[in-house]
Design a protein around this ligand. Sequence first.
Ligand SMILES: Cc1ncc(COP(=O)(O)O)c(C=O)c1O
Length: 409
Amino acid sequence: MRALYPALADGHAYLDGAAGTQVPLPVIEAIAAAYRAGIGNLGGAFAASARSGAIVAAARAAVADLTGGTAEGVVFGPSATALAYRIAEALSRAWTAGDDIVVSRLDHDSNVRPWIQAAGRAGVTVKWAEVDLVTGELPAGQYADLVGPRTRLVAVTAASNAIGTRPDVPAIARIARDAGALCYVDGVHATPHVPVDVRALGADFYTTSAYKWSGPHLAAAVAEPWLLETVWPDKLAPSSNAVPWRFERGTLPFADLAGLTAAVDHLASLGSLSAQSAVRTSGRSVPGASPASRRERVLASMAVVEAYESALFARLLGGLAELDRVTLYGKAARRAPTAFFSVAGHSPRAVAEHLAARGVNAWDGDNYAYELCTALGLEPDGAVRAGLVHYNDAAEVDRLLAGLAELAG
Ligand SMILES: Cc1ncc(COP(=O)(O)O)c(C=O)c1O
C-alpha cells in the first residue's frame, strides 16, 4: 500500500498526516484523467459539461459512503473552515437575543470562532464546554448543564487534532437534540482514523476535509437534505436554489472532486489490501467474501485502519513514556493516534527542526487548537505533534523516538 504513495519514496517519515496526508496514485491519476478527458462547466449542452455533472454526483455519493450520510445532503467547499463560516452565517439568521450556543475548549478554532462571531452579531450567549486538562477528556455530562431550552446549536469535535481525544459525541448530540438544538460535528480529524456513521453520531452537520484522508484540498459538510431545505445561505440570484447546490458558492473544483472519489475508493480498498497481505504472510486464506457495497467496504477498511493505527500508536506512546524530558498532553480513553508533547529545554520549533534534520516530519505549534493550547498554557508556541495515519509504519515511529531520545533521553 505504501508503494501507492509516490511521495513516501523520498524517505521522509511523514508523521504530519494530521496536517494533511500524502496522495496515492489513483487519486493523482483521477485528477489528471478528468483534465485529460476534458471538463466543462455545469449545465452545458455538450459532453464535457455532462462529465463534470457526473463527477460531482459521484463525489457526493462517495462522501455519503464514507460518512453514512445522504448524497443529496453533501455540500462541497474549499475547506472545513470556509464551510463552517458559510453555515454559521446562514444558521445564525434565525438566532435571537436570549438564545445561546455551546462551543468546546477542545475544538480546532474553525469549529469555535465562526460560531462565536455569528453569536456576537446576533446577540446570542456563548457557553463553553471545558476539557479536563489532566486527562484531556471532554466530559459529556457537563452538556446537561450547559444546554437549555434556548440553546440553538452545540458545536463539538469528533476528535481533537491536537491531543486526539474522541469525545462521546452521540451522548452530547442526544442532549442537544432533546433540547431542540442542532449539533455541528467537526469530523475533520476523526474521519481518517475510524469508521464514521453520521446518524449514529447524531450529527446534524458533519464536516470532513478530503486532504486529511489521502484526497485533494477540499472539504464537505454532510447534513440531511430536509435540514438543508430549511436553511437559506446568501447566494447569487441566477445560481441554483436547490439543495445542496445553493450552499456551494461559484464553480466547483471538478478535477479535484474526481480525485476525492478516488480517495474514498482507495480507503474502501484498504481492508482487502490488508487481507491480501495477511494471505501472503500466513499462506492461509481469509474467511468470508468481500463485502458488496462501497459503504460496507469503507466500514470494514476503516475498522482495519483503526486497529492498525492503535497498535502503532501504542508503540509511539510506550516510547514517549520512556523519555524523561517529554511531557505528553492528554490521555483520553478514546483517542485518535495523535501525540502532542513538549521536550523540556527545547522549543517546539527546535524539536521539529531537529527531527526534520533526521528525516522526520512532525508539526510544531498550536495546530489551531487555540483554546486548548491557551488553557494548557502552551500559547503561542504550542507543542510538537506526531500524527499517525494508515501509511505510517513502525520504522517511522522508531525513527521519531530515536530522534527525540537524542534530545530527551
Ligand atoms: C480537527 C480539525 N478541524 C478543522 C480543521 C480545518 O480544516 P480546513 O483546513 O479544511 O479548514 C482542521 C485542520 O487541520 C482540523 O484538524
